[in-house]
Write a protein that binds this ligand. Structure first.
Ligand code: IPE
Ligand code: IPE
Ligand code: MG
Length: 244
């Protein structure tokens, strides 16, 4: 048996509570590459390849919604060559993976803004959303050109534009104006590469998420690592501010 098929057949003891909605801050591609003496884009390529196996593992572990942080509104500030390289990699990822994701029943959604995004990329994103819109197996929210604060700004603008009366504004209404409208809050947010910060990711929807940080760089974060995060989540006691 090849090492790969051995890994595929590995048994993972069942968990009591599998998080319904998991967010991942896929961080550390640059440092992964640097540690190997490779250019940063090689790290982004490895990170993109890793996404494929983590998506498969996500479905196997029974997670229903996965929100991945792919590109933040702040990431435009990186060197032009890195930004354009990332756009190219992401376009290629859509081209290569769309049919398999569709066959696996993955519904792709985009959360984030459209401004600054190259026209061709926008068309590819729209195509991916259209093709997969009726799939029900896993919702994959791609946070691309996403910022949690900009999401709140966009929500406030839309609320004002709709002429909503101040007394009608409550948490449920704000929820309905977010990019994630209709989806439940994140239960577990994983950050790879060891940084202990939120970096503007799901700041509203993560208000009561459990956080899990691993020093592993994103390209090395595999199915075993995901399972470890789920075990840690399973052991947490979620109190939501009340007494247990
Ligand atoms: C995460 O990896 C991917 C993106 C932000 C697009 P980084 O590129 O941030 O990698 P590090 O943090 O510099 O190692
Ligand atoms: C967060 O990582 C954004 C993504 C993973 C897409 P960053 O690398 O941009 O965050 P900081 O700069 O370490 O806070
Ligand atoms: Mg980073």
């Amino acid at each position: 048996m090849s090492p790969k098929s051995q890994a595929d057949q590995k048994e993972y003891p069942p968990l009591e509570h599998v998080p319904f909605h998991v967010g991942i801050i896929m961080d550390g591609n640059g440092r992964w590459a640097q540690a190997r003496g490779l250019p940063r884009l090689a790290g982004h390529q490895a990170g993109t390849d890793n996404l494929r196996r983590i998506l498969r593992a996500t479905v196997e572990f029974g997670i229903k919604i996965l929100t991945i942080y792919a590109f933040s509104t702040e990431n435009w500030g990186r060197p032009e060559s890195e930004v354009s390289g990332l756009m190219r990699l992401m376009e290629r990822m859509i081209d290569r993976e769309l049919s398999e994701l569709h066959a696996q029943g993955v519904q792709i959604r985009h959360i984030g803004r459209s401004d600054h995004v190259p026209e061709r990329m926008l068309e590819k994103i729209q195509h991916a959303l259209d093709v997969t819109k009726d799939n029900q197996h896993l919702i994959l929210n791609v946070a691309f050109n996403y910022g949690g604060r900009k999401e709140l700004v966009d929500a406030v603008r839309a609320i004002v534009a709709d002429g909503v009366a101040p007394e009608a504004i409550d948490e449920a209404l704000i929820d309905r104006y977010l990019y994630t409208a209709g989806l439940p809050d994140a239960d577990l947010i994983i950050r790879t590469s060891g940084e202990m910060r939120v970096s503007n990711f799901l700041i509203w929807q993560g208000a009561y998420a459990e956080y899990y940080v691993t020093p592993t760089f994103w390209p090395d974060f595999d199915k075993d690592e995901l399972y470890k995060a789920l075990v840690a989540f399973d052991r947490r006691e979620r109190r939501f501010g009340v007494l247990s």
